[in-house]
Ligand binder design. Structure first.
Ligand code: CDP
Ligand code: MG
Length: 733
């Protein structure tokens, strides 16, 4: 087992350099050579499956710490299990043997760091042990998860184990979805939600135990939680804190929490054979598909877990696999494809936990979520392309982007380990051992050092924490990023010149949204269009999954979509049109089908909107509609997003107004052909180019009118339109 070094901090953070170094190695590919016996079978019988094959070399074995063999326990179909059987199953988990010892330690110490192999039972068992030991009589037990899917699925599992209805004694809380009740004693929640709970209850009085789980992930919210729970633990001696983590950097957590004792749960892990490609792969998606098929036709039974970077990749692989395995005949067992990613609807998520029927093989296509947060039984093969999506932030330009980056060695080893849970496993790395040794960092840089901090700063300020520089960060963020966040909040009028929260800032903090979105909502009061702006904000919060564009009906789908853009109103108003049209049909599903709109996304938008409407009452903003005045709506949007303005260049590209960067209108935008002179955008996405997504036309004078402390006249000095009479700012090129 690899020992990891502590993260080495911000100096190492240059994703671009990493990316380049990595790409240098991505050249060419060659032929298949599995085990010799298997190869024969594959090349004779199933040759037709592979056009190109991949050469793997077995390079190392990650040693398993063999546990007594009580592991072959089958998971039982959720529907027909009796509670008693589940109770028996609980006893087979590695953590069970340490139950009493663990409870004794919790009793004795206020803070404990818990380390244990993924799947040992930390997340599902510890809160139950605490409940059984009576902690829930004094307050709720909170268990935080970095990911929504994990919070939901773990809560579902634990409610089953306890034989209670989800949302009653055991519940979960994620942004825009609260599945808890008065009765709830064990509450799984995203780390971000617990952070928000501090706003209403700064001492977390309703909780007797807080378990910060998956601490090794070091998400932004987890890092901030560390500082806050450490602080409240000082004046709440009755509050127990558990910091649990899958990797071995426990000393760092222990040091931070004033030398808290470390409780180690020996893992149950079998040896894992690691295979590398002989040569680098030019296209990891392609390589992953080929490898899945190779394993499927050449390797003994056992499920496959593939790590991909996001929903789009997962959908692509899903589609290609379905296509390639169609009509393979009866000789080859069935391949059940199960995707899992954060936005996957709940009912489909359960599929990954279903037992694979005899004679077939399951292939789970997952994002990083399956690295540590979710344990899927029966996985024997792991395919690791070596990439994940990582957020990076440039404090100089204030730009944030999600980039596909090489993973760290720590991640690679976590991924490999997922194949050795119930028996010896194999991990196929779609990169060379040279890449592994020389190109991968030891650890992923904590999110706090590579993200926009505006949201966090606003939250901390509303918690009354003013001195951010001296906040007890485990790894402090770059001071440049802190400064940028303060500047941004000042420009949004959330802070005054002394850095204190303003009334606008206090209202903004009530919304569980990015400060720019919450400012847009708060500003809608002034422009008397809160009804419209709330709808737009909800639609923007859904992300990129509103329009549906099936491959065989692209023209129809595009036409349907253009209908919402009539009058070249811009993407924000088009989203509003979609929402309002749907509302007019009384939220009809049929209407969604007819218009190539994803009904699930729309329902989510409606839920979010309902919640925003509830919050409007809290901040005392009247809900009123001003549908005919599009300029008013656009001005409200500009009030939040004036940082995101760009001006057209002669060559059809755009230049962002402050911190000039070259950007383009995303081809999916309704304005992609029109190229207005000035635009405001919701976000930048980097694919082949830096694209602006969700774009609306802007009058440059609005910038000075709305954000006079951020823009001066010279910024919006526009030679081409200056002499035109007012209202005709949109001169042709
Ligand atoms: O947190 P840790 O990784 O230590 O383990 P866990 O998530 O508590 O998982 C313990 C066991 O519960 C594993 O064997 C999982 O297969 C099972 N589990 C499950 O069946 N369904 C879930 N949604 C979560 C866990
Ligand atoms: Mg866990």
């Amino acid at each position: 087992m690899q020992r990891y070094k502590d993260p080495e901090g911000k100096d190492k953070m240059n994703p671009f350099a990493e990316q380049e170094a990595w790409e240098e190695h991505q050249i060419g590919k060659s032929k298949l050579e599995f085990g010799s016996k298997d190869r024969k079978r594959s090349s004779n019988e199933y040759q037709f499956v592979f056009d190109d094959q991949i050469d793997f070399v077995k390079s190392s074995v990650i040693e398993g710490t063999q546990f007594e063999d009580d592991s072959d326990q089958e998971t039982i179909d959720a529907k027909d299990i009796l509670k008693r059987e589940l109770q028996d199953e609980r006893k087979t988990l590695p953590i069970y043997k340490f139950r009493d010892e663990l409870l004794k330690a919790v009793d004795e110490y206020q803070v404990i760091v818990i380390v244990g192999e993924t799947g040992s039972g930390k997340t599902t068992q510890i809160p139950q042990y605490l409940h059984e030991a009576g902690y829930t009589a004094r307050g709720k037990v909170a268990c935080t998860q970095p990911r929504r899917v994990a919070a939901m699925s773990v809560a579902a599992r634990v409610s089953q184990e306890m034989g209670v209805k989800l949302g009653h004694e055991v519940g979960y809380s994620i942004r825009f979805e609260d599945c808890t009740s008065e009765k709830t004693m064990i509450k799984y929640m995203t780390d971000g939600m617990l952070l928000r709970e501090f706003l209403g209850e700064p001492d977390l009085a309703g909780y007797s135990v807080v378990m910060v789980d998956e601490a090794h992930e070091r998400t932004l919210s987890t890092d901030i939680l560390f500082g806050l729970v450490k602080d409240i633990a000082r004046f709440r001696p009755d509050l127990k804190l558990l910091i649990s983590s899958a990797t071995l950097d426990a000393e760092k957590f222990s040091d931070y929490f004033d030398s808290a004792p470390i409780f180690k749960i020996p893992g149950r892990r079998y040896p894992v054979e690691v295979h590398y490609t002989k040569a680098p792969e030019a296209d990891y998606i392609d390589a992953a598909i080929v490898t899945i098929l190779q394993i499927h036709v050449t390797q003994p039974p056992g499920d496959i877990l593939v790590f991909l970077t996001g929903q789009e990749e997962i959908e692509t692989v899903d589609e290609i696999l379905k296509h390639k395995t169609r009509g393979l005949g009866t000789k080859i067992p069935e391949l059940n494809i199960c995707p899992i990613y954060a936005n996957l609807p709940t009912e489909l998520q359960a599929k990954i936990f279903e037992i694979t029927p005899e004679g077939s093989r399951k292939v789970v296509l997952a994002t990083n979520i399956a690295e540590t947060s979710l344990t899927i039984d029966g996985i024997k093969y792991v395919i690791d392309p070596g990439f994940c999506k990582i957020k990076s932030y440039n404090p100089r330009t204030g730009m944030e982007s999600l980039l596909i980056n090489p993973i760290s060695k720590a991640s690679a080893n976590q991924r490999a380990g997922r194949s050795g849970r119930t028996g010896p496993g194999k991990c196929f790395r779609l990169y060379t051992s040279y890449n592994y040794m020389h190109d991968l960092e030891d650890n992923t840089v904590p999110e706090i050092q590579r993200t926009n901090l505006a949201n966090v700063v606003l939250t901390l300020k509303s918690l009354g924490i003013h001195d951010l520089v001296n906040f007890d960060f485990m790894d402090p963020p770059p001071s440049e990023a802190l400064l940028k966040a303060l500047e941004q909040l000042f420009a949004l009028s959330a802070l005054n010149s002394r850095g204190e929260l303003t009334k606008t800032g206090r209202r903004m903090a009530e919304f569980p949204l990015d400060p720019m979105l919450s400012k847009m909502i708060v500003a809608s009061e002034k422009y008397k269009c809160s009804d419209e702006v709330m709808s737009i904000a909800s639609m923007l919060s859904i992300g990129n999954s509103i329009f549906y564009r099936p491959k065989d009906k692209q023209v129809h789908a595009d036409n349907a979509r253009l209908n919402f853009h009539t009058g070249n109103v811009g993407d924000h108003i088009a989203l509003l049109n979609v929402y309002n049209s749907w509302r007019e049909t009384d939220f009809s599903t049929q209407w969604c089908y007819e218009n190539y709109i994803q009904v699930r996304s729309m329902k989510r938008a409606r839920d979010i909107r309902d919640q925003l409407e509830g919050l409007m009452e809290r901040v005392e903003i009247e809900v009123c509609s001003n549908a005919s005045d599009l300029d008013a709506i656009k001005k409200a949007i500009t009030s939040g997003f004036f940082h995101h303005s760009a001006r057209l260049q002669k060559n059809g590209s755009y230049r962002t107004v402050k911190n000039p960067q070259t950007v383009f209108i995303h081809p999916s935008s309704g304005l992609a052909q029109l190229l207005p002179r000035w635009v405001i955008y919701h976000e930048l996405v980097l694919t082949t180019k830096e694209y602006m997504r969700q774009v609306t036309e802007l009058k440059p004078e609005w910038l000075v009118e709305i954000a006079p402390h951020y823009y001066q006249l010279k910024d919006v000095d526009d030679a081409g339109s200056k002499k035109l009479p007012k209202g005709q700012g949109r001169a042709a090129l």
